[in-house]
Design a protein around this ligand. Sequence first.
Ligand code: ADP
Ligand code: MG
Length: 253
Amino acid sequence: MSETPERARPAERTLVSSALSGRPLIELRGVGRTYGQGVPVHALVGVDLTIHEGEFAAIVGPSGSGKSTLLGLIGLLDQPTTGTVLVDGVDMSRAGDRARTHQRARALGFVFQQFHLVPHLDAAANVETALLYRRLGRRRRRASAFEALDRVGLADRAHHRPVQLSGGEQQRVAIARALVTDPPIILADEPTGALDTANAALVLGLLESLPGEGRAVVMVTHDLDLAARAGRIISTRDGEVVDDAVAPAAVAP
Ligand SMILES: Nc1ncnc2c1ncn2[C@@H]1O[C@H](COP(=O)(O)OP(=O)(O)O)[C@@H](O)[C@H]1O
Ligand SMILES: [Mg+2]
């Protein structure tokens, strides 16, 4: 009898511009990214997008549609070919490497599909790598790393190296590493892509808990069931944002 087979019908969603009221953290204005010289690949064209405090946004779209490129630009890992990227109102697309590295270490935490842990370091030391840009004593760094591991339920795995951890545990270490600097924004590129269903649920549960702390989470995924749990779904196709919608539950009353 049901006539609502899709989880996230556009009609049930509200236009983003009028729905999100959190403070803007990152703003992309007319952002484009072209790769290559000979035959240029227009990976992104003319993207306008604002990420707000406390929101959980999913970026979805076919392979090659520009999701990772978009996340890399939001995360200051890459520079746009055209347009501007503002972080806290400051234009980072004109900033030098040092300023961008500093801003990245302060404001952003990253989680990748393949975890990207350092194999010869134990879990605690992996988490500590995120703090190396800070002027913290060794003991403070250690203590913060243990706190972050505790946060993701891995206090008892602090001295395990990645090879001694399951995929789900490795991804939780990566989340601890992303959180240890207390950044306002967490960016995740297919964070559950290499995990089984049970571990994927654990990792998603952790990510879902972060907007409640005022952090913004932006997650690239090709899994529409995961995306449906985000408050906002940004859809890319051929380098453009073709849809951007907020679920009713994500709109403040
Ligand atoms: N470093 C690069 N050099 C050249 N082309 C690239 C590079 N990175 C991505 N691209 C191209 O840009 C487009 C978008 O890629 P990407 O952002 O990785 O898409 P998605 O993450 O949605 O799969 C694709 O056509 C891809 O081949
Ligand atoms: Mg990708």
